[in-house]
Write a protein that binds this ligand. Structure first.
Ligand code: ZN
Length: 364
């Protein structure tokens, strides 16, 4: 054991239950969502899949420090289902690191800059959603094949996200959203009025694209927002599309992390996906078997490098010394926790393994 650890022994009077509540504060609500999913997915998933999803996250082990300043997942039983709230959360946290590290590698080694683009179209009904996503996929392919685009985009990450509008009436929050306000004002709508988009779905793409540094200074290559919009309207064959959001990702950590979180976050938000059985079934039919996150060009090459460990130098180091192991077992409606100190062998092994940051905890 190290000196650092010995010094903290005196603070160790925390009960394992208290520590468990602290560590698992973000996991417990997700276990509640699992219960909802299992209810809605009856008759949709096979009994075997249902059973696996039901027990997802029932067993978890976290490495911790004595004073609870740090934690990290050590082991857990997970179902791997793409509609599971626990597994999608864990995947989003891992995707965020992979995307962030590949972006750093590409920026440094290929001298690239990044653009973040959001492609949308008017909302559709649940019955139209599946076809609409197919249409998005074809339109996106055609957009990337355009000569003007092909010439400047050296690779991209594309994320499909679908939101569901569950508000029957216009809320204050919706009304005050700067992107939406114009829409309401134009139609003479106010807070509390019927929401014209109630019970509709909004598929959209978040795209991070790599371009040469010179792209921003070359008038012959640079694609304006108006041009992107025009091309997207043409590819979607829909002139009623009014918005393409496009911005440069600055090289600050904040700007870059914002872009990473856009493409790493879930394809469907929990409070929408598990809103009701019928909504869940629509999401399920539209998203099952679909590629939600795709890597192309430089990004595809760098994902390979990431997986081979060639980009480890861009990963942040985790200098924490983990001294304890918290084992949590789900009992009906809460986790029961047991905390114990690591053995000397475990301490060495687990801390070596935990050297690199593998998950981005900012994903909610
Ligand atoms: Zn799961």
């Amino acid at each position: 054991m190290t000196k650092k650890q010995e010094g903290k022994i005196g603070k160790a009077e925390l009960k394992s239950t208290e520590l468990g509540v602290y560590i698992l504060e973000r996991c417990t609500p997700k276990k509640d969502l699992v219960r909802k999913l299992v209810e809605y997915a009856k008759g949709v998933f096979t009994p075997k899949t249902l059973e696996r999803v039901k027990t997802c996250g029932d067993f978890m082990q976290h490495l911790t420090t004595f004073d609870m300043n740090a934690k990290r997942v050590h082991r857990s039983n997970s179902c791997g289902n793409r509609f599971c709230p626990i597994c999608t959360w864990n995947k989003a946290k891992k995707d965020a690191i992979q995307i962030s590290v590949t972006m750093q590698g590409i920026r440094e080694e290929k001298d690239q800059e990044f653009i973040l683009m959001t492609l949308t179209a008017p909302n559709v009904s649940g019955a139209e959603l599946k076809n609409e996503i197919d249409k998005f996929n074809v339109a996106f392919k055609n957009l990337m094949k355009r000569q003007a685009v092909k010439k400047v985009i050296n690779g991209y990450i594309r994320k499909l996200e679908v939101t569901y509008n569950k508000e029957r009436f216009i809320t204050k929050e919706m009304y005050n959203n700067p992107k939406r306000q114009e829409y309401f004002v134009k139609r003479g709508l106010e807070i509390g009025d019927n929401n014209p988009n109630y019970d509709t779905y909004h598929p959209h793409f978040h795209v991070v694209m790599a371009v040469n540094k010179s792209y921003f200074n070359q008038a012959t290559q640079y694609i304006s927002q108006a041009k992107w919009l025009e091309m997207w309207q043409e590819c979607m064959n829909d002139s009623s599309i009014t918005q393409v959001d496009i911005r440069k990702v600055r090289s600050s950590e904040k700007s870059e992390n914002g872009a990473v979180l856009e493409v790493a976050k879930y394809s469907a938000k929990g409070n929408e996906l598990y809103h009701s059985k019928s909504v869940f079934e629509i999401f399920y039919k539209a998203l099952k078997g679909r590629q939600l996150l795709t890597f192309n060009g430089l990004f595809k090459d760098y994902v390979k490098k990431f997986k081979n460990g060639e980009l480890d130098k861009y990963k942040k180091q985790d200098d924490t010394e983990y001294t304890h192991l918290l084992t949590s077992v789900w009992q009906k409606s809460k986790y029961e926790n047991v905390l114990r100190e690591l053995t000397v062998e475990e301490f060495e092994e687990y801390n070596t393994k935990a050297k690199h940051i593998e998950e981005n905890d900012e994903v909610e």
